[in-house]
Design a protein around this ligand. Structure first.
Ligand code: FCB
Length: 447
């Protein structure tokens, strides 16, 4: 093994992440109900190449093979999400036992393989009937989310002890209800729909934490945020303030209510015309203590002041350095910085990197392999940044790479490959990439 392999504690969780709609397929099987991503992906022009998640990686039928891949990568944890509409096809009401059975078999299979299941309750596939009533704009969604959480917790909580309530509330609220790039595809000139849906989502998170604690008293419970390292383009005061606003928009609008019980005052002032209604007790509900924070880290943003610019009067300034196929800057130092900062400013009890990874134009070569040196280097440098943060006192307890397998990358369909394992979507054949072999070495070194 390379001498550069970073060192982590023996009980460190090394895992891979996936999400239900991105891998499962089988969208009309065993009673699964329609979701906003089924509707959105079947709407012309929304997804690259007209791709949908109808088949995806066919994980619904190949989950045993996929557990085998986790084993080959020597991972001791797996982060997956449950499709709400497999459990409650209409979003609320009758429970679909076949849906529970699917996840129950998956969990049993993971435990038999010595892999700790890490379950995300909501990774964006809202049941369409709930969207028809307003989705996350409707405050009543909180009760629906709690009822769903309760069913999952009671069915699986005897074996699953690690729960993430929601994945990246910034993404599903802003991209879904203001920017129109994700389901349900709404656009808005005002930021209000994002702030209202965010408030309801955070309230639903808080209520779900309580439901999980009562159903599964020994559970570790947290939420996953997409966090960015933000730098000002110059040291001009206007750019420093722009960077603070961008950080307020992406990072602090979520971290502050969750860990401090209030929205950030500078942003409240900026967005005062569009604030959600805040009822007595709301901020206490949102800031209910959790066991960990999940951090999804992909890139940094360098921003400049731009009067008239959307949302916060900023513009992002493209950087000359290295980029992945998504166009995101590759910036491992940003992972170190964001982990240190979250620890210093918010002190979550524990932190997990719940997603990190990158797409590249992978080529299946004549030897039948994928020599994805760029991804291997990407992972190696980000693992080193995480190890540095651990040495400097950050309570980082695990690291999940996005993703186990190439999959349906939302609006980009199958055009972007993030996996440590290649998927030939015509045959569903899986091939471990060189980055997957590197992962296997790192994970094996933990003890
Ligand atoms: C994150 C999502 C995940 C995946 C990665 C690339 O924002 O949580 O589902 O699409 O980006």
């Amino acid at each position: 093994m390379s001498s550069e392999t970073p060192h982590f504690a023996a009980d460190f969780l090394w895992g891979a992440s996936t999400a239900s709609y991105q891998i499962e397929g089988a969208v009309a099987e065993d009673g699964r109900g329609e979701t906003i991503w089924d509707r959105f992906s079947h709407t012309p022009s929304k997804i690259c190449n007209g791709d949908t998640g109808d088949v995806a990686c066919d994980h619904y039928h190949r989950w045993q093979e996929d557990i085998g891949l986790l084993k080959r990568l020597n991972l001791n944890s797996y982060r997956f999400s449950v499709a709400w509409s497999r459990i409650l096809p209409n979003g609320r009401g009758p429970v679909n036992q076949a849906g529970i059975d699917f996840y129950s078999r998956l969990v049993d299979g993971l435990l038999e393989a010595g892999i700790t299941p890490s379950l995300t309750l909501y990774h964006w596939d809202l049941p369409q009937p709930l969207q028809d009533e307003g989705g996350w704009l409707r405050r009543g969604i909180i009760d629906d989310f709690v009822a769903y959480t309760d069913v999952v917790a009671r069915a699986l909580g005897d074996r699953v002890k690690f729960f993430i309530t929601q994945n990246e509330p910034w993404v599903f609220t802003w991209l879904g209800y203001v920017m129109g790039e994700h389901a349900p595809g709404f656009t808005s000139e005002s930021v209000k729909p994002a702030l209202v849906t965010t408030h309801n989502a955070l309230l639903a998170h808080g209520a779900a934490v309580k439901a999980l604690r009562s159903a599964v008293p020994d559970a570790q419970v947290g939420i996953t945020l997409n966090l960015y390292h933000v730098d000002p383009a110059t040291n001009r005061p206007a750019d420093l303030e722009a960077a603070a606003r961008h950080d307020g928009h992406l990072n602090r609008w979520y971290l502050d209510p969750l860990f401090r019980g209030h929205y950030p005052s500078d942003m409240v002032e900026l967005w005062q015309a569009d604030l959600p209604d805040i009822m007595p007790g709301d901020m206490e509900q949102i800031s209910v203590p959790t066991d960990f924070l999940g951090v999804n880290y992909y890139s940094r943003h360098v921003v400049a002041d731009a009067p008239g610019g959307h949302y916060t009067e900023i513009m992002t300034v493209p950087q000359a350095g290295e980029h992945c196929a998504m166009g995101w800057e590759v910036y491992p130092d940003g992972l170190y910085a964001i982990l240190k900062r979250v620890h210093a400013d918010y002190a979550p009890r524990a932190i997990y990197v719940t997603e990190n990874g990158a797409p590249y134009d992978d080529v299946l070569t004549e030897d039948g392999q994928i020599h994805d040196a760029e991804r291997t280097s990407y992972l190696q440098r980000h693992f080193a940044a995480a190890a540095h943060a651990v040495r400097d006192g950050v309570p980082l307890k695990g690291y999940f790479v996005w993703s186990l397998i190439d999959n349906f990358e939302w609006a980009f369909g199958y055009s972007l490959r993030f996996g440590m394992v290649y998927v030939d979507f015509a045959t569903q054949q899986r091939i471990v990439k060189d980055s997957g072999k590197y992962m296997a070495q790192v994970a094996a070194a933990r003890s």
